[in-house]
Design a protein around this ligand. Structure first.
Ligand SMILES: Cc1cc2nc3c(=O)[nH]c(=O)nc-3n(C[C@H](O)[C@H](O)[C@H](O)COP(=O)(O)OP(=O)(O)OC[C@H]3O[C@@H](n4cnc5c(N)ncnc54)[C@H](O)[C@@H]3O)c2cc1C
Length: 397
């Protein structure tokens, strides 16, 4: 019979959710380890734009929304972690930009203009005088307006590495099979080296992979939705760093384009384009999506023609708890059933909030050892340590 090992908590899935939770459980003193079937962050986290935002982009209809209210305090929570004063020590994480902007092509609704200037939102948005506009907005041809937000942008690869190191690399690469009994309770996890792992709690933090794991345990009460995106990448030596949402009358209540700037392995700048362009772009082929992005950029930045630009696209689904009419969820999600806990943060930004809420439920909803197991963490020497995934722009160019 295969060997069975025991631990307090097994985390399945090594994106930002799984890695953050693994560290949070260790901080509480529980023996815990993480199982990743491929590369760390390989689905959504490494493909994300890395924006830690306070939800202003959810107010583009000209009023606060539940999503914008629940997320408002998150930039401060992350800044505390990045300075070493928060609940997670993120001092090793690279910050790509401490500033994030919202710019218009000159045509935004008067309702939104009034809202951005209103007292209720003034602490989160400031309108900049033209002489302080950063590149490329300092160009005389730029006729729109620029607002500075409280948001920041982090390098998600360095976030994943930092969290993996903090957890002393208790992050193993293996396929997993959940063995469940007739009461939908998890009996153990079978690993690809033949070992079985028994735990008091099994945490599914596998993003889109949660759906199959839930199906394997016949749990139909927790449902997932996917919302696809078709992101665009533009790589050229000439690109200035831009971290900004473009808004205009045509973009209604969503950013028309969301731009973040990253680097290829050779240090060449890459603009990574999301927002409405990526949502509507799911219906376009790669070639059509690139054509569309080129037209959008030349209408927003007519004075810029990057030389020798290379283009590519990246398709990826957001995995979230199912909502009516596949709407965007407003909050991070976690739900327990028996000895299983399932989670989707719905935003990278919201992971600290999700982890705090999960940790608060641990002793309330689960039969975990009264005395957490302490520091003698289980090692799985036959299994490789999972590696951090390359970013889409590192493989595309
Ligand atoms: C294009 C894009 C841009 C985004 N930009 C932002 C942004 O700027 N700011 C923001 O706040 N949010 C953003 N988001 C949302 C954010 O990226 C996600 O909410 C977050 O990364 C989800 O993290 P996760 O760990 O839950 O899932 P994932 O990052 O998808 O990680 C899941 C992990 O589980 C593993 N896995 C899957 N199945 C199994 C299995 N059976 N066994 C073991 N392991 C398994 C996968 O390999 C993967 O490593 C963006 C999302 C997308 C798609």
């Amino acid at each position: 019979m295969a060997d069975t090992l025991k631990t307090d908590i097994v985390v399945i899935g090594g994106g930002i959710s799984g890695l953050w939770l693994l560290n949070a459980f260790k901080q509480l003193g529980f023996n815990s380890l993480l199982l990743e079937k491929n590369t760390l962050g390989g689905d959504q986290t490494i493909a994300s734009q890395g924006m830690i935002h306070g939800g202003i982009k959810y107010t583009l209809g000209g009023f606060s929304t539940p999503a914008s209210i629940s997320i408002a305090s998150m930039p401060e929570t992350w800044r505390n972690c990045l300075s070493g004063a928060g609940t997670m020590d993120l001092r090793q994480v690279d910050v790509l930009s401490n500033d994030y902007y919202l710019f218009s092509d000159g045509s935004i609704s008067s309702k939104l203009t009034a809202f951005l200037g209103s007292k209720s939102i003034r602490s989160r948005v400031s309108s900049l005088p033209r002489q302080e506009y950063p590149k490329p907005f300092s160009n005389a041809q730029f006729k729109g307006w620029l607002y500075q937000l409280q948001d920041l942008v982090i390098n998600t690869s360095s976030l994943l590495t930092t969290l993996q190191n903090l957890a002393e690399k208790h992050t193993f690469r293996t396929s997993v099979r959940l063995v469940c009994n007739t009461h939908n309770q998890v009996e153990c996890v079978q690993l690809e080296n033949g070992l079985s792992l028994k735990a008091s709690l099994y945490v599914l933090a596998a993003g889109a992979g949660n759906a199959d794991l839930l199906a394997a345990c016949n749990i139909g009460s927790i449902k997932m939705q996917r919302r696809p995106l078709h992101q665009v990448m533009l790589c050229s030596e000439d690109l200035p760093s831009v971290f900004a949402h473009a808004v205009s009358l045509g973009s209604a209540d969503k950013p028309r384009i969301t731009i973040t700037t990253h680097k290829t392995k050779n240090g060449v700048p890459v603009w990574y384009l999301g927002g409405d362009l990526a949502e509507t772009g799911v219906r376009r082929s790669e070639g059509e999506q690139i054509d569309f992005a080129q037209k959008e950029l030349s209408s927003l930045f007519p004075w810029m023609t990057p030389s020798k630009a290379q283009w590519a696209t990246h398709r990826i689904d957001r995995a979230e708890p199912a909502q009516a009419e596949r709407n965007r969820p407003d909050h991070p999600y976690h739900k327990s059933t028996q000895n299983l806990l399932v989670c989707w943060p719905t935003k990278l930004t919201l992971v600290p909030m999700m982890a705090e809420s999960i940790c608060a439920t641990l002793t309330r909803e689960h039969t975990l050892p009264a005395q957490p197991g302490g520091k003698n963490h289980l090692a799985l020497p036959d299994l490789p340590i999972a590696e951090v995934s390359p970013a889409p722009w590192e493989t595309a160019f």
